[in-house]
Design a protein around this ligand. Structure first.
Ligand SMILES: [Zn+2]
Length: 417
């Protein structure tokens, strides 16, 4: 369905995410937004034939999932149960399972996750893809095929992710290079999976070497542990500055930062800010997987979200996992991650709730490098139409959007007006 536009929309003022006054008409020009005009008066206008009627609901730029694993999605039933619920058991179970997974199955599961995401209003996805040697490139083939099949539904960028390390799994680097040649966008990493800190640092150096080889940005899983002695984030920041990779690096998870003493954490946050690194937290999965060595009280496991934000570091909230051995839940609804974040980091003021929404919306767009992620003239016509009067209600109720629009086409929701 290619509607010419949307009437009776409530829009957000991008400076504060409060409702902009009045009702608005958005017209599409192909895959772009042709115009955004304020309607006369406060009453809703009759909806012209073919247009979508937002009925005074909120119209927002497409939501962003800045961190998910499409190759893992919906693999839960193919893997023995993770009885401990820990990250380490999940990695072991996944190693066994991925050694016999085939690309068509991966593609099918990834597409199911993509459909979930767009049904929840997402239009931009950054997915990590396991290029470890045990996966023998079949996972990457499957996700690349899914991206091709979903190219008219949403934007997907991929990160070549050596899940089992680069020192522990030396075969991964060939697959990683092949992935980059085949159109995967970013170089990934996971230094804390290596056996020693020395190997972890060599791993990080290799990640930067590979990024330079392909002139690619970087998104690494980093310090995804409660261990306060896991200090790769500061090395990531220092290497980013040494290599001149500022504004090109994302640090995903950064959980250990939440367990550092305050003085140490403050120094690391300063380094992250100086290196212009963006951070992605994964509220549902971090709450689920971290704190597993604690009895009571149990740590929440997230990074220091509010302190990073206060220091000016852009932070996004990702889904991370959907029904896989790492996390049995997950549904691709990014509003759920904003909701969880409000609870996990005490983001309870109305301003902080808007900020949590920003972390799956505008700020998340900046984290993944979107240039024009707004409802303005000539921006991509990628948006979602919700039955909610403001952001607070959106995060509170987390409705399914009436429509998700990608490049001017309705890709999810009720096709009828
Ligand atoms: Zn991840």
């Amino acid at each position: 369905m290619n509607p010419p536009g949307i009437v009776n929309a409530v829009l957000l003022d991008p400076t504060n995410l409060r409702d902009a006054p009045g009702l608005w008409t958005i017209r599409f020009d192909g895959d772009r937004i042709g115009s955004v005009e304020k309607q006369n008066g406060r009453a809703a206008m009759p909806c012209p034939s073919g247009m979508l009627d937002a009925r005074r609901g909120l119209v927002v730029p497409s939501l962003v999932d800045a961190h998910v694993h499409l190759d893992l999605a919906y693999s839960l039933t193919q893997v023995p149960p993770n009885d401990s619920g820990t990250l380490l058991e999940a990695i072991e179970l996944w190693q066994e399972a991925k050694s016999h997974m085939l690309a068509p199955d991966v593609c099918e599961r990834a597409l199911r996750a993509v459909r979930d995401e767009i049904a929840g209003g997402t239009g931009y996805i950054r997915s990590h893809v396991d290029v470890g040697s045990m996966a023998d490139y079949r996972l990457c083939e499957g996700v690349l095929a899914a991206r091709q099949q979903a190219k008219d539904l949403c934007f997907i960028e991929l990160v070549a992710f050596p899940q089992d390390g680069l020192m522990r799994d030396p075969g991964a680097v060939d697959h990683l290079r092949r992935a980059m040649r085949d159109g995967v966008n970013l170089v990934g990493g996971i230094p804390h999976i290596e056996s020693t800190q020395r190997d972890g640092l060599r791993h990080l150096e290799m990640v930067f070497d590979l990024a330079a080889e392909f002139d690619a940005d970087i998104d690494v899983h980093i310090d995804e542990t409660d261990d306060p002695h896991s200090v790769y984030a500061e090395y990531l920041a220092s290497m980013t500055m040494e290599r001149g990779w500022q504004n090109r690096v994302t640090a995903s998870h950064v959980c250990a930062l939440g367990s550092y003493p305050d003085a140490h954490a403050s120094r690391v946050i300063d380094l992250i800010a100086a290196a212009q690194i963006a951070v992605v937290t994964n509220p549902g999965v971090n709450l689920h997987l971290q704190g597993r060595f604690d009895r009571y009280p149990k740590r929440r496991g997230l990074t220091r979200v509010s302190e990073l934000l206060a220091r000016g570091v852009p932070v996004a909230a990702g889904q991370d996992c959907i029904a896989d051995p790492f996390y049995p839940l997950g549904n691709g609804k990014m509003l759920d991650q904003a909701f969880l974040l409000v609870h996990a980091d005490h983001m309870n003021t109305s301003g902080a709730i808007r900020q949590a929404f920003d972390m799956v919306s505008g700020m998340a767009g900046r984290v993944i490098g979107l240039a024009r992620h707004a409802i303005v003239d000539d921006a991509p016509a990628n948006l979602a139409v919700f039955d909610a009067e403001d952001v607070i209600e959106l995060v509170r109720v987390r409705p399914t959007p009436h429509w998700t629009v990608y490049r001017g086409r309705v890709v999810a929701g009720t096709a009828a007006n």
